[in-house]
Design a protein around this ligand. Structure first.
Ligand SMILES: Nc1ncnc2c1ncn2[C@@H]1O[C@H](COP(=O)(O)OP(=O)(O)O)[C@@H](O)[C@H]1O
Ligand SMILES: [Mg+2]
Length: 450
């Protein structure tokens, strides 16, 4: 029997909890959460609500519960050094130490690491600690993306053409970043289609899970502000419709080299998830960033398909024996859609912005899976908060069927809610395929002209 500490309170941790309990080892879950997730609570032997920076509290809870190992869901506790703290009391973790979490928490660390070890995947970029030289660098690039160095909850990156237009705006944003962060990273703006590749890593062996495409934008057709992710899909062939298996292999190869480099650089083995955010451009696969954990929503696409015992995977990550494990996923398509409050992501003065803490009712979601995110389970029912409320997932032999299952589940959730009906549908997939074709075509024309 294993006593597992699960840290986190979102839909990602809800699906992790489910994967843990499917194990033949009869594990027992003890959950440490920032707020009470009723889905996770129902699967846990015991829960404790507390802050992710209360490392003493987390250690005490772990000792009291006789924890064998911990799985860390979100980035905040990793950044706070929860793994270092738990290792002090001999509790091994699926999740990197604070210094290895730099892979996510410092985009400058990662860009430099990749550059130093000659790993392909970086765009043209420069890192600045002051305004000196930024103006000149902007003159060298057609369009840019500006990134703060540090965790920003997915709200710090600004893309030229989307979030700002002029050079003055760019300089102003760099100034703002440098007031709060040690560095600002400026990337050339890449054109292409993005995919998430969540890889399992014990420090030596890196294993890819099926690629997933997330949808960051709040509204249909990728309009509106960026969000934590409105939903995602994956395909039965473990590729995505706009890419081929070579692109997946390229993302894995980059990640394997990064795992090796991070070991050379720090002497430590990275144990946990290396989630690469990649973009396929006319010149091939490029890295946007790494996350040091599963994605939310993307965990909901891959963990329900996992055929291998999740506890075996955790043990292999901890013991450094991933190379001995054959990790398999069902050959099925998945579509995840997030149910959000109507006001989610809207400016405060918008008429719908106030609906964010309304009551919702969940009817029978039938053949879909349901994972709770930010909901408040009160005596008189379930209430939303300002964040994403519930993830529903359809799983089937193809995308069309999976999408239909997810949509049916969405319609059984009542309240002032919203979701993206276009995720996983044919028209949107066609658009992605055509976008990729246009980009590859433009690349060929350019090459031939040379
Ligand atoms: N170099 C780039 N070129 C084009 N788009 C980019 C680039 N870097 C980031 N983006 C866009 O911005 C989004 C967020 O950037 P990312 O590096 O993933 O940071 P975070 O997830 O921390 O916000 C990406 O999903 C992508 O759409
Ligand atoms: Mg990202």
């Amino acid at each position: 029997m294993s006593n597992v500490l699960l840290i986190g309170n979102g839909a990602r941790e809800h699906v992790i909890a489910e994967a843990i309990l499917r194990s033949r080892h009869n594990p027992v879950i003890f959950s440490y959460m920032k707020s009470n997730n009723p889905g996770i609570a129902a699967l846990s032997e015991k829960i404790l609500i507390g802050d992710y920076n209360d490392l003493k509290g987390i250690k005490k809870f772990s000792r009291d519960c006789n924890i064998d190992f911990a799985v860390i869901g979100p980035e905040d506790p990793l950044n706070n050094g929860v793994v270092d703290s738990l290792e002090e009391i001999d509790i091994p973790c699926v999740g990197p130490t604070k210094s290895l979490s730099l892979l996510e928490t410092s985009k400058s660390f990662t860009r430099r690491l990749i550059q130093k070890y000659n790993i392909p995947g970086n765009p043209i970029f420069k890192i600045f600690s002051s305004m000196e030289g930024i103006d000149d660098f902007l003159g060298e690039l057609e369009e840019i993306v500006i990134k703060p160095d540090g965790l920003t909850g997915g709200k710090g990156v600004r893309v030229q053409g989307d979030h700002f237009h002029t050079k003055d705006e760019a300089l102003q944003y760099c100034r703002e970043i440098l007031e709060e962060h040690p560095y600002v990273i400026i990337d050339e703006k890449l054109e292409g289609e993005e995919f998430s590749l969540q890889c399992l890593c014990d420090g030596k062996t890196v294993i890819a899970t099926p690629p997933v495409q997330d949808h960051k934008r709040r509204f249909i057709d990728d309009k509106g502000p960026n969000t934590g992710g409105m939903g995602s899909y994956s395909c039965e062939d473990h590729s995505l419709p706009f890419m081929n298996l070579d692109d997946v292999a390229e993302g894995l190869k980059i990640t394997q080299k990064v795992a090796e480099a991070i070991h050379k650089e720090t002497g430590e083995y990275y144990r946990g998830v290396m989630y690469g955010g990649f973009i396929i451009t006319k010149d091939g696969v490029r890295l946007l960033e790494y996350n040091a954990r599963f994605g939310d929503p993307e965990a909901m696409n891959i963990l329900p398909l996992l055929k291998t015992d999740f506890i075996d995977i955790c043990n292999a990550i901890i013991e450094g024996t991933l190379n001995n494990l054959n990790i398999e996923f069902e050959k099925k398509a998945t579509v995840c859609k997030y149910i959000v409050p109507k006001g989610y992501g809207l400016p405060e003065d918008h008429p719908d912005a106030k609906s964010t803490s309304d009551k919702i009712e969940v009817d029978n979601v039938k053949d879909a899976k349901l994972y709770y995110s930010s909901v408040d389970n009160r005596e008189d029912g379930l209430y939303m908060t300002t964040s994403r409320a519930i993830g529903v997932v359809g799983i089937a032999e193809d995308l069309e069927k999976a999408e239909r299952i997810a949509e049916r589940a969405v319609s059984s959730i009542k309240g002032s809610v919203d979701h993206r009906p276009d995720i996983g549908t044919k028209p949107l997939i066609e658009k992605r395929i055509n976008h990729m074709k246009e980009i590859k075509e433009a690349g060929r024309v350019k090459k031939n002209a040379k």
